[in-house]
Design a protein around this ligand. Structure first.
Ligand code: PMP
Length: 415
């Protein structure tokens, strides 16, 4: 059963691109925004906006109340406490904050081992690799042994006895579309600090952070109907209390003297400076919108679209589709057409069919080397085309996309 009649909530869907109705298949990069979120932000700027916390006047109190309301919405959405929700600028900042803060408080020391996978987005890869060089901790990489970048349980099992201090994994690959079994990972490493990059997972699935025993979770508003420049860092209270902030400045302090400073209580200790106030308010509204639709229905809708698209794409000759072939494949399809560069495919889909897909390495260069090793293409182009689906996509979108690919193959005379 597909979600229906929600397209009207997304004003940009009524515009044309190169003379065609837009078919937006790039939600893994950033989702479209519904009118409800746009209106909320608009109304907030028109009637309420002021800086938060630092004043006693009415507009400031109203703004503070709205930011705290959004924090509460997000906390109950994840089944955690509001003090454990820290607003950041996005997943990238959340992950960098975790690494830097753990170094500063001594959770992460020279010779400690950190386990990450080879399928990570650079946001959960570069901070570990780069800071390991500066601070002397070790990073081990779990290589996916499954089909085209698919992580299997046995890949994690290999490291079971290495007692990693930290295990940091994506919950959902932004390239292969694989949903990772977080329960399995947690059970294999019960003593490690467990960090989850939820940038792709959280827009698709309502998870219970307590039940999965996640220690830190990072995600972005802009991939789930909210504005850009807002993200969340969830951390368990016991860790956040001990951790040293990564950014210093206003609002995060308690007392400031010439000799020393003390920090504010959670979550403000980690929120230095003026936050993206209207963005946070808009994010709260986005979560409300998604919860009203019901995450069970959202996930089903996206699974059905993914399966439908996979079936249609498999009928094409000379297509290589990456990632798992089972129910772990959700919402994101990366592929290449033999003999045609992914940038050409993406460009032609946009120009001739109004279809927006992404092409390139998707900020996952290590994974591209894994795909390249397994590829049967005559020349792997060090990147892929990526179509990704969200709540507003339809079967008709997929038809237009697949018919577009067929035409492009004809134009290149690659049958
Ligand atoms: N991790 C994953 C899995 C992602 O898909 C992305 C965004 N492409 C990020 C991290 C980074 O998110 P942001 O750019 O919002 O910080």
């Amino acid at each position: 059963m597909f979600l229906t009649n929600i397209q009207n909530d997304f004003p940009v869907l009524s515009r044309k691109v190169n003379g065609h109705r837009i078919v937006y298949l790039d939600s893994a990069a950033s989702s479209l925004k519904p009118r409800q979120v746009i209106d909320e932000i608009h109304d907030f700027y028109l009637n309420h906006y002021s800086n938060v916390y630092r004043a006693v006047h009415t507009l400031s109190s109203e703004s503070t109340e709205r930011v705290e309301k959004a924090r509460n919405i997000i906390a109950s959405f994840l089944n955690v406490n509001p003090e454990e929700i820290i607003f950041t600028s996005g997943t990238t900042m959340s992950l960098n904050t975790i690494v830097e803060s753990m170094l500063r408080c001594g959770y992460l020391r020279k010779d400690d081992t950190v386990l990450v996978t080879a399928v990570e987005h650079h946001a959960n890869f570069v901070p570990w690799v780069r800071l390991s060089k500066l601070h002397g901790f070790k990073v081990e990489f779990i290589m996916p042994s499954g089909r085209f970048g698919t992580l299997e349980e046995k890949d994690f099992l290999k490291y079971k006895n290495s007692s990693p201090k930290i295990v940091s994994v994506t919950g959902h690959s932004n390239v292969t579309g694989q949903v990772v079994n977080l329960k399995m990972v947690r059970n294999l490493f019960p003593k490690s600090i467990f960090i989850v990059d939820g940038a792709q997972l959280i827009p698709h699935d309502k998870i219970d952070v307590k039940d999965l025993d996640i220690d830190f979770l990072a995600f972005s508003a802009h991939k789930m109907l909210g504005p850009s420049g807002v993200g969340v860092l969830f951390g368990k209270r016991k860790f956040l209390e001990e951790m040293e902030p990564f950014m210093y400045g206003g609002e995060m302090i308690d007392k400031v003297g010439f000799e020393d400073v003390s920090f504010n209580e959670l979550p403000y200790k980690f929120e230095a400076g003026t936050p993206n106030i209207a963005g946070i308010v808009g994010f709260g509204e986005a979560i409300k919108y998604l919860e009203n639709l019901d995450f069970g229905k959202i996930k089903k809708h996206i699974y059905d679209l993914t399966n439908y698209a996979l079936e249609r794409l498999k009928q094409l000759n000379g297509i290589e589709i990456y990632g798992p072939t089972d129910q772990r494949h959700l919402g994101i399809i990366s592929f290449n057409l033999e003999g045609i560069h992914p940038h050409d495919v993406a460009h032609l889909l946009d120009e001739h069919f109004g279809v927006a897909v992404r092409s390139g390495h998707h900020c996952a260069q290590p994974l591209m080397t894994v795909l390249k090793n397994e590829s049967k293409l005559s020349l792997f182009p060090n990147g892929t085309c990526r179509a990704s689906f969200y709540i507003y996509n339809t079967k008709e979108d997929i038809e237009i996309f697949v018919e577009g690919l067929k035409k492009i193959k004809e134009w290149f005379d690659v049958q």
